[in-house]
Structure formats: structure tokens, C-alpha cells
Design a protein around this ligand. Structure first.
Ligand code: SAH
Length: 219
């Protein structure tokens, strides 16, 4: 038996997923592409079996190594934000358990994901392969540096809280592209949206959020 089980995707989880989508809609997520993607991805395979029954609650959950799977509302909010740019190439910083990666891989042709903890990314890769996601490239490294070799990216999503907007990520953003990053201290952050428009950078604050910190260096 593998450490995740695809056979458990029965009626119950589809119903609870539908309820999660209803809840996201009530909270203001309006983009049907995002909602349909959340409806189609089994979030319970991204957490330990002991927590699988809580996978469709709108909450973050532990995934090991002191990290968490992001709250579905925040995943939906960030994805909705980059979706406005119709990106083809998306860079994600913080693979974690791979749930946000799965959402991106369902919606966009090319996904690049960087994680500093190898054990987490190894597990995430197995789950994403089991789901048939073959449009993702993975790297173990320090996300503060982005992933220069495949830059520029049409969208960059950072799924951990940074002390300030990482310069390397801004430099790897394509013209017309969007970077979304939680910026603040270890307790709370503000979701900042950076657009590169006509060669200029435009920064907007989107929402208050709570992520685990973006740490320097690899584990
Ligand atoms: N999108 C993930 C979020 C995981 S939590 C999910 O829903 O599961 C944030 C992740 O960012 C953790 O896995 C953590 O190890 C990773 N991380 C923190 N600092 C990092 C850095 N500098 N570079 C790459 N990954 C980092």
C-alpha cells in the first residue's frame, strides 16, 4: 500500500469537496476555472491519512517538517489573482505537500516548483505523479533566488511569508506578469501583488494572511 490512496475518492469526498467550493464562493471566490479546479482535485491525498477526514475543511493542516498545507481559501484567492494574467509559465515557491502545485498544474501549461525541504518535495512529487500531472518541473533550493534557468515567468506564487519582496523573484517576472507574495513577520503577513506593466512595477496589497515563514537557504 502506498502512503496515499487514490481509491478512497468516493461520493463522500466529492460531496464534501462540493461543499468546500460552495463555501469558497460564499467567501467571494468568483472565478469558475479556480472553483472547478478545486472541485476536481482530491485534497485528502495531500495530507496524512489521520487528517484526511479534515481535508475539505477550509483550514490549514500540518504536513510534517513543521510545515502546513495552505488554507483552501488562500490557495483559491492567490490562484484567482494570477489567473487574471492568463499565465503560461508559473513559478511556485514552497511546494510543501503539493496541493497548490496540483491546482496550478491543472490550470496552466508549465509549472515550476521550488522547495527547500527535500523530504516534502519527494512526497509531493509522488502524489502529483499519481494524479497524472506531468507538466511540473521540481527543484530543491532556496526560493529567495527563484529559478533563473527557466525565467521569465508569467506568474510567480510564493506560499510562505517573506520579510520583504524577494528581489530575484521580481527580476524573473515577465513583462505583463504578476508576482504574489505574503510579506510580513512570522505571525501575520499581507498578500502583496506585484505587476510588471510597461516596464514599471506596480505593488498592491490584497489581504491579510498567515503563512509559515519563507526561510533562507535549503534545509
Ligand atoms: N503550497 C504549500 C504550502 C506549504 S507551506 C502547500 O499548500 O502545501 C510553505 C512551504 O514553503 C514549506 O514547505 C516550506 O518548507 C517552504 N519554504 C519555506 N522557505 C522556503 C524557501 N526559502 N525556499 C523554498 N521553499 C521554502
Amino acid at each position: 500500500m502506498s502512503d496515499f490512496d487514490l481509491t478512497g475518492i468516493g461520493m463522500t469526498s466529492q460531496r464534501t469537496r462540493d461543499r468546500l467550493v460552495d463555501r469558497l464562493r460564499e467567501q467571494g471566490i468568483a472565478c469558475e476555472d479556480v472553483l472547478q479546479t478545486v472541485r476536481s482535485i482530491p485534497r485528502h491525498i495531500f495530507v496524512d491519512e489521520a487528517l484526511a477526514h479534515r481535508a475539505y475543511e477550509d483550514t490549514s493542516l500540518p504536513i510534517g517538517s513543521g510545515q502546513t498545507i495552505s488554507q483552501p481559501y488562500v490557495v483559491a484567492l492567490m490562484t484567482e489573482s494570477i489567473h487574471e494574467k492568463h499565465p503560461e509559465k508559473v513559478l511556485e515557491i514552497g511546494t510543501g505537500c503539493g496541493y497548490q502545485t496540483a491546482v496550478l498544474a491543472h490550470m496552466y501549461p508549465q509549472v515550476f516548483s521550488v522547495e527547500r525541504i527535500e523530504a516534502l518535495q519527494t512526497r509531493a512529487r509522488k502524489r502529483l505523479a499519481a494524479l497524472g500531472c506531468s507538466n511540473i518541473r521540481y527543484r530543491i533550493g532556496d526560493g529567495y533566488a527563484g529559478w533563473e534557468s527557466y525565467a521569465p515567468y508569467d506568474a510567480i506564487i510564493v506560499t510562505a511569508g517573506a520579510a520583504s519582496i524577494p528581489h530575484a523573484l521580481v527580476s524573473q517576472l515577465a513583462e505583463g506578469g504578476r508576482l504574489i507574495v505574503p510579506v510580513g513577520d512570522s505571525d501575520t503577513q499581507t498578500l502583496q501583488v506585484v505587476d510588471r506593466q510597461n516596464g514599471e512595477l506596480v505593488v498592491n496589497n490584497q489581504a491579510d494572511v498567515r503563512f509559515v515563514p519563507l526561510l533562507k537557504g535549503t534545509a
